[in-house]
Design a protein around this ligand. Structure first.
Ligand code: ACO
Length: 324
């Protein structure tokens, strides 16, 4: 039997034009630039324009990833969109993106694991490709969290922003891929922690969209421990050591979480890719956005070992090791 590897061919990110600074927020709720910067590291976030939807952001990020990969619509046969802020209850945002990109073959579906969505989506696509079922996947994280925030709640509205990131993941034989590809994966969830981070609405409960609610300090504590354990498990799954990791590309929720996890794992600070100051927490979009930024500025190169990780509502969490 031929053994396959899932190789990242191209990465792209897209942030909407409109910027909301900490200063802007201080005029909307009782907060300050100093408080937000000190507690989170966030300086600004991008907000989707009126009428600009999650699929618009996702499609633009996908176009950029496809351009970087040098592939066209006919080359893609799987689309997985990780999002907690879909355009509609149905159809899946992935099918809307598929149509916007002019892709008429293969399959497209959404995946819901909130901020962990991109890690879950990489794991899902990797399994499809490894089985030989599809050839080339668009894995997209796209969110418009501005639409589910309670803009009068200072404890949550300062943390999040809108954006999208995407990768083209390609099936290659192990001989073609060499050392490249998805190496190790670890996924977890525990529904007992639902009340720590959730949206208080939905089609089957309130018939409304609802607003994000969070017990921030509790999420913080779970984040550091659970992510560190997950990274160790993914590294062991890959038969690698933490010291083998070239770049740590974490979910961009809060600079303090990023630094605490890096410290706990013994990862040097200069290996941590942090973009949280520029766009806040963009949920499922944050990992591919950070990866796109680190490729664009020349830090992450082909052959580098990249660790991605995230934790989000559910709770869900996970990590993956990818040789670029
Ligand atoms: N401006 C000023 N003061 C504020 C603000 C604000 N924006 N928000 C809260 N406060 C106040 C609180 O009211 C509280 O005041 P009190 O002491 O008078 O009651 C005080 O600040 C401290 O509140 P805490 O919640 O204990 O503050 P903490 O140091 O924990 O920081 C924060 C809050 C930044 C939310 C932190 O807990 C955090 O980052 N948690 C992780 C959240 C997160 O990253 N979630 C996303 C991960 S999962 C996902 O991505 C969906």
């Amino acid at each position: 039997m031929v053994e396959f590897a899932s190789v990242i061919r191209g990465v792209g990110g897209y942030l909407p034009e409109r910027i909301l600074t900490n200063e802007d927020l201080s005029k909307m709720v009782d907060t300050t630039d100093d408080w937000i910067t000190a507690r989170t590291g966030i300086r600004k976030r991008h907000i989707a324009a009126d009428g600009q939807t999650t699929s618009d952001l996702g499609a633009e990020a996908a176009r950029r990833a496809m351009k970087a990969a040098g592939v066209g619509p006919d080359d893609i046969d799987l689309i997985v969109v990780a999002t907690a802020t879909p355009d509609y209850t149905f159809p899946a945002t992935a099918t809307v993106v598929q149509n916007k990109l002019g892709i008429t073959r293969g399959a497209a579906f959404d995946l819901q694991a909130v901020c962990s969505g991109f890690v879950y989506a990489i794991a899902t696509a990797d399994n499809f490709l490894a089985r030989g079922q599809f050839e080339r996947a668009l894995v997209i994280g796209a969110e418009t969290f501005s639409r589910i925030l309670d803009w009068s709640d200072r404890s949550t509205c300062v943390l999040f922003g809108d954006g999208a990131g995407a990768v083209v993941l390609e099936r290659q034989t192990k001989a073609e891929a060499g050392e490249r590809g998805v190496k190790g994966i670890h996924l977890r969830s525990d529904g007992r922690y639902r009340d720590l981070l959730y949206v208080d609405g939905g089609p089957s409960t309130t018939q409304t969209v609802g607003h994000l609610r969070m017990v921030g300090n509790q999420v913080f504590k779970h984040a550091v421990g659970k992510i560190s354990d997950s990274v160790r498990a993914a590294t062991a799954d890959a038969g690698l050591q933490i010291s083998d990791i070239d770049w740590f590309v974490p979910h961009q929720a809060n600079q303090r979480i990023l630094s605490a996890v890096a410290e706990r794992l013994g990862l040097e600070e200069h290996k941590v890719v942090s973009t949280v100051a520029e766009h806040g927490n963009t949920s499922a979009a944050s990992v591919p956005l950070a990866l796109a930024a680190a490729i664009e500025d020349g830090r992450v190169k082909q052959g580098d070992l990249v660790l991605i990780e995230a934790i989000g509502g559910g709770l869900t969490w996970g990590s993956a090791l990818i040789r670029m």
